[in-house]
Design a protein around this ligand. Structure first.
Ligand code: PLP
Length: 360
């Protein structure tokens, strides 16, 4: 067996310990005589799996009792519609557009009501986070929406926007559990788990209870109402059972690692290794405003497309895979999520130094 250093933006690297545990339990989960994939979602044994997963997530994020945790499907993209359908009571919401995912959410919301673009960084290819300290926010918006970590461009909000009392909704797909958060600052925190938590197929929604109502937009399907899933503890229909089980294992792994403060420290150290090198390199450079740099997704370029392609190819041959930038921006991107070991980043930088010597 030989494992590569996988810098994919998602689906992405998972902790090796978790994969090994899952392999050991594949044929017989804790004496049940079956795989978690084969068991009823209404069985006692599965009930323990999903409840423990929720409790461990609550412990990790310090989620207050007046927030519900929902394990849903449809990816983060389905939330682009579910959020306006459930929250746009006055048919108006504010969007801060800091990348493609935020833009898609904004466009989808405008299907259901008036989506107001409060700020955008599209003028400079989404390479920074706009100043959100004093935005012009209409009084009657139902919420203010952000994408907290921009996976494709590699920027992150270091400070949450001043929403002027409006409910904050955040897509945290690519920074989920990468550092501590104050859940009380948000109305909704959600993310697809395939970036920083588990396998594709699960999206986690953490939502304040008072936002879960029957009062959804007319025609909202039963399956797209938060209330349906909240009333049934995420078991209205068959949930993505196996994916939730792996997420649960990752939550336990994070607890063993020391929780989110420890992860933050570790993630800052890892990112610093790479950013410090980019700042001193004669060949490579980062592409976004330094103050807004993501700890999770690190885009960089040489300034020469052919050299970029050569780098990606040689890196892959040396065991550093999925370093090609998003198809819409080019260059390179190293995603260094929680499960990427520090050693992976150190070795990547060594490889980049060698490539620089050979090509600069
Ligand atoms: C990947 C990603 C999405 C899309 O996720 P899907 O699960 O594929 O719908 C949305 N938002 C962010 C920030 C992402 O990184």
């Amino acid at each position: 067996m030989s494992r590569v250093y996988n810098f994919s933006a998602g689906p992405a690297v998972l902790p090796e310990e978790v994969l090994k545990e899952a392999a050991e339990e594949m044929l017989d989960y804790k004496g049940s005589g079956m795989s978690v994939m084969e068991m009823s979602h209404r069985s006692k044994v599965y009930d323990t799996i999903i409840k423990e997963a929720e409790q461990d997530l609550r412990d990790l994020m310090n989620i207050p009792d007046n927030y519900r945790v929902l394990f849903l499907q449809g990816g983060a993209s389905q939330q682009f519609a579910m959020i306006p359908m459930n929250l746009m009571k006055h048919k108006k919401a504010g969007y801060i557009v800091t990348g493609q995912w935020a833009k898609k959410a904004y466009q989808e919301a405008s299907v259901y009501g008036e989506a107001v673009k409060l700020a955008s960084s599209e003028d400079q290819t989404f390479s920074y986070i706009p100043d959100c300290a004093d935005l012009d926010i209409p009084d009657d918006v139902d919420y203010v929406y952000i994408c907290e970590n921009n996976t494709i461009y590699g920027t992150k909000y270091k400070e949450l926007p001043n929403t002027k009392g409006h409910t904050l909704v955040a897509d945290v797909s690519s920074c989920f559990l990468s550092e501590p958060v104050d859940v009380t600052k948000y109305g909704v925190i959600y993310g697809g788990v395939q970036k920083n938590i588990g396998p594709a197929g699960v999206v986690i929604v953490i939502i304040r209870e008072d936002l879960i109502t029957e009062d959804t937009l007319p025609g909202t399907p039963t399956m797209l109402k938060y209330k349906t899933h909240a009333d049934n503890d995420s078991l209205y229909n068959t949930p993505p059972c196996y994916g939730i089980y792996i997420c649960g294992k990752v939550f336990k792994w994070l607890k063993r690692m020391g929780g989110l403060s420890a992860m933050k420290e570790r993630n800052e150290e890892k990112a610093k290794i790479l950013y410090d090198f980019l700042d001193e390199s004669r060949l490579f450079r980062g592409t976004v405003a330094k103050k807004d740099r993501s700890l999770m997704n690190v885009p960089f370029v040489t300034g020469n497309e052919e050299l970029d392609a050569k780098f990606v190819k040689e890196a892959a041959a040396a065991g550093f895979v999925n370093l090609k930038g998003h198809r819409t921006v080019g260059g390179m991107r190293a995603s260094i999520y929680n499960a990427m070991p520090r050693e992976g980043v150190e070795k990547l930088v060594e490889f980049m130094k060698k490539f620089e010597e050979e090509n600069a």
